[in-house]
Design a binder for this molecule. Structure first.
Ligand SMILES: Cc1cc(=O)oc2cc(O[C@@H]3O[C@H](C(=O)O)[C@@H](O)[C@H](O)[C@H]3O)ccc12
Length: 607
């Protein structure tokens, strides 16, 4: 790590807001990978943990906890949930936020030639970041200790308080009626339906680069006939000039194209396109782009997986490689029984998950944490500015994933409110300016006639819960209401439509005939009714159906949540409910109709 002439960079891949300022977005955010010039160390495992429960919630800063190990006798692992909500008592209104402090100490790790001595870093503040869903990093070479035997300490303070201007937004509400609540009692109000976990949820990584290094790579792909076109741009930091060698290799490591310039177009003869699973016998084909830069003193090597594919939208279709693609699958949440929030995630998915999707040909709509924008005050300039930065961060992180075919800027905002028009016009224009190769959407549950942001999206994504939240128990309304939903949206906007959420809660093992709400039979019947309508409309302009939800997940406690949301087709422990079999049969039927099955799928996937 302390190789002479190298930078050490601390990368926090995910935690809830650390301090409160937005950093300017310059530089790349390439996923840290090992190479002959780079080392990566994962700092996962047990961290010391301390919640700041002091009356003004500020003791950690006042007493500079970052100057020593934080100890409370409670240890948490990165991938263990920290099920602390911030409901509780606080004496002072100004200091309502509950900070959690985590520290990790370590000594030299043998595979590195020098001392590995990093911390926050050893009492020195290195960075701060607003927003809990996207990675940030800091260069810490100057803070690394020189003596290899001295332990090093990283301290991170995290705070999951949500305000009107955070993403997701929330409010803190004090309950001042002393006949009903104790002194200082407050609650965190949220407008979304998942548990507001605190803590570090994704890997913290320490990695090195040479002082002159490949900072970013942008890749855009296309093809003509059987020639693939890979337009690329490499940014180098640390030197005004550097010599570059860009080599594109196929799966067998054979060079298929190369260049010596920092930007250009690589031509790939007899290209193997990146195809979604079930659209081709060989889905998820990835080339490797090796970028090798050197000066007289430094050499850096970074290898990026590259899938060559195109995405286009017409009035009625979503085209991948000019072939109609039908979205079908699950929405997933970052939640499971043991880990709580971890790598199996949402808003947005973890980089490791996107890498897996790249490899397997799983198509992803990449959504930012703009969920629960319900209060009109969250459409103000401060919120919008932050939202633009979050989209910068998301596109910067995920732009090179072939699996990511569309950006979603929000989920179920109050898009019928007047300020939503300017808000979404600006946000979508900004996102398109960041990436002109992908369509942009947000997920709406507003009425088609009143939605103010829909004119700006490329694909209309609609959530609806007929015979659940509306007309509960009346499955017979689904054909009429779902048909009307589609006709209304398409009639007004002439854009393709995805049913981005539909579903019903089901308690595993609860049965009734005739079906009643919350039984497995009701969930089945509801899905089947929706599917009948999808089967008519997908011949026209409906381009997808995404079930809510892959698995049951934890939420805030509420009278309509029975230890969390039970709309999973799997339980929170990933055991199937009856609906999982309905979905499996349906997806194989769709695949048989429209797809290309890899040879190994013949068994056990027959209907
Ligand atoms: C009360 C309610 C009514 C309604 O019509 O829709 C709706 C949608 C809600 O959130 C979305 O649906 C999922 C669900 O309720 O199961 C959520 O988990 C998801 O995050 C939301 O996109 C909530 C409540 C209502």
């Amino acid at each position: 790590m302390s190789v002479p002439g190298s930078f050490a960079v601390l990368r926090v891949l995910w935690l809830l807001s650390v301090f409160g300022t937005v950093l300017p977005l310059d530089g790349g955010m390439l996923f840290p990978r090992e190479s002959t010039s780079r080392e990566v160390k994962e700092l996962n495992g047990l961290w010391d943990f301390r919640a700041d429960g002091s009356p003004n919630r500020n003791e950690g800063f006042e007493k500079a906890w970052y100057k020593r190990r934080v100890v409370q006798g409670l240890y948490v692992s990165l991938f263990h949930r920290i099920p602390l909500s911030i409901h509780g008592n606080s004496k002072k209104k100004s200091g309502q936020s509950l900070w959690r402090w985590l520290s990790d100490c370590f000594k030299t790790v043998t595979q590195f030639s020098h001392a590995l001595n990093v911390s926050w870093v050893n009492g020195e503040k290195v960075t701060e970041h607003e927003g809990g869903h996207l990675p940030f990093e800091a260069e810490i070479s100057s803070l690394i200790r020189k003596e290899p035997t001295k332990p090093c300490r990283i301290t991170i303070a995290v705070n999951n308080t949500l305000t009107l201007e955070t993403l997701p937004p929330g409010t803190i509400q004090y309950m001042n009626d002393r006949t009903r609540y104790p002194d200082g009692f407050f609650v965190q109000n949220i407008y979304f339906d998942f548990f507001n976990y605190a803590g570090i949820h994704r890997p913290v990584l320490l990695y090195t680069t040479p002082k002159v290094y490949v900072d970013d790579i942008i890749v855009e792909t296309n093809f003509m006939d059987n020639t693939g076109l890979v337009r690329y741009k490499v940014s180098v930091q640390g030197a005004a000039t550097a010599t570059l060698k860009v080599t594109l290799m196929d799966k067998d490591g054979h060079c298929v194209a190369s260049s010596n310039t920092p930007s250009g177009v690589l031509k790939v003869v007899d290209v193997k396109l990146w195809w979604p699973y079930l659209m081709h016998e060989n889905p998820g084909y990835l080339y490797s782009m090796e970028v090798r830069q050197h000066t007289s003193t430094y050499e850096d090597v970074y290898t990026l997986p590259v899938g060559i594919r195109t995405v286009n939208v017409t009035k009625t279709q979503f085209l991948i490689n000019n072939k109609p693609f039908y979205f079908h699958g699950v929405n997933k949440h970052e939640d499971s029984d043991i880990r709580g929030k971890g790598l199996d995630c949402h808003y947005p998915y973890a980089e490791e998950i996107l890498q897996m999707c790249d490899r397997h040909g799983i198509v992803v709509i990449d959504e930012c944490p703009g969920v629960g924008i319900k209060d009109i005050r969250s459409f103000g300039n401060a919120s919008l500015s932050h939202h633009l930065v979050v989209m910068d961060e998301l596109v910067r992180r995920d732009k090179n994933h072939p699996s990511v075919v569309m950006w979603s800027v929000a989920n179920e905002p109050a898009s019928e409110m007047p300020p939503a028009e300017f808000y979404f016009k600006t946000l979508i224009k900004h996102t398109k300016a960041l990436d002109h190769t992908r369509p942009v959407t947000y997920i709406t549950d507003s009425n088609y006639a009143r939605d103010k942001g829909a004119p700006f999206v490329d694909v209309v994504c609609v959530n609806s819960y007929f015979s659940w939240y509306h007309d509960p128990g009346h499955l017979e309304v689904i054909p009429i209401q779902l048909n009307a939903q589609f006709e209304n949206w398409y009639g007004k906007y002439k854009k393709p439509i995805i049913q981005s959420e539909y579903g019903a809660d089901a308690l595993p093992g609860l049965h009734m005939d005739p079906p009643m709400m919350f039984t497995e039979e009701y969930q089945n019947a509801l899905l089947q009714s929706y599917h009948d309508v999808f089967d008519q409309k997908r011949k026209q302009y409906v381009i997808g159906e995404l079930i809510w939800n892959f698995a049951d997940f934890m939420t805030a406690q509420a009278i309509h949540r029975v230890v969390g949301n039970k709309k999973g087709i799997f339980t929170r422990q990933r055991q199937p409910k009856a609906a999982a079999f309905i979905l499996r049969r349906r997806y194989w039927r769709l695949a048989n109709e429209t797809g290309r099955l890899p040879p190994w799928t013949k068994y056990p996937c027959s209907l």
